[in-house]
Design a binder for this molecule. Structure first.
Ligand SMILES: C[S@@+](CC[C@H](N)C(=O)[O-])C[C@H]1O[C@@H](n2cnc3c(N)ncnc32)[C@H](O)[C@@H]1O
Length: 228
């Protein structure tokens, strides 16, 4: 069972994600357990302060060390994992998260995501992390959507979560040889003059397989030559 703690100052952002998604179905099936931790509970003083001005000046506020360290340490102390938990700091300055990373996380027992906010983190918070992950070269206001995206990508790989078994994820984009997925079609056979390729209607599985392989290569060369 994969246990995921998501640490955030905006825990309400996870409402829909946890109540309406495959992730919710996965946790009902017992494949994973998702726990949202409100960092403000560890905030400083009467107002549960979690941020402060940066030394040296500059715009915005930074997340302070004390609440984040306390929240992470509490999650680590409660861990039932046989190995050390992965602690993922969400950051646009991190390594770009890939399908390989999702596969890695899906094999863990305990993952802790730390969602940043404001201008970012006090740099000392990085010492808590085993990984710094970015979900792309753009800047969002907080780490919640990044943590939700990585959680979704890892949880859908857990055994029994998707119908169709391992085949449901083994021929997708970025899996296996790392190519993009081949194009797929459903009914009707013809729509506004656009026809489903003949080979897919042929019933010849060897030919269909060969066509899919060559289309996956063609599309990857065209759209994502960096993957080839
Ligand atoms: C406004 S951003 C801080 C950006 C930071 N000042 C910088 O220039 O790198 C606030 C928080 O959102 C999250 N975040 C924003 N963009 C992200 C991305 N592309 N991937 C992962 N997390 C991101 C991180 O947790 C970050 O600390």
């Amino acid at each position: 069972m994969l246990h995921i703690d998501i640490l955030s100052v905006q825990p309400q952002m996870f409402g829909g994600f946890l109540s309406e998604s495959i992730v919710m179905r996965a946790s009902k099936k017992g494949a994973c357990e998702i726990n949202i931790v409100d960092i403000k509970e560890y905030g400083i003083g009467r107002w549960h302060k979690t941020d402060d001005k940066p030394y040296g000046g500059g715009p915005g506020m930074l997340m302070r060390c004390e609440p984040v360290f306390e929240a992470v340490e509490k999650c680590l102390a409660a861990s039932t994992s046989s190995k050390r938990a992965r602690v993922v700091l969400t950051s646009p300055a991190g390594k770009k998260f890939t399908q390989r990373d999702a596969e890695d996380l899906s094999r863990e027992e305990h993952v802790i995501f730390i969602c940043g906010h404001y201008e970012g983190f006090d740099a000392r918070i990085e010492t808590l992390a085993t990984d710094l992950f970015s979900v792309g070269d753009f800047v969002m206001t907080g780490g919640e959507l990044a943590a939700a995206a990585m959680t979704d990508a890892a949880v859908r790989l857990l055994p029994g979560v998707l119908g169709g078994g391992p085949a449901a994820t083994s021929s997708e984009s970025f899996s296996g040889e790392g190519l993009l997925e081949f194009p797929q079609y459903t009914h009707p056979v013809e729509f506004r003059g656009m026809k489903v390729p003949e080979v897919l209607l042929s019933g010849n599985h060897a030919k269909i397989e060969a066509w899919r392989k060559s289309e996956a290569k063609r599309l990857t060369h065209k759209r994502r030559p960096d993957l080839v």
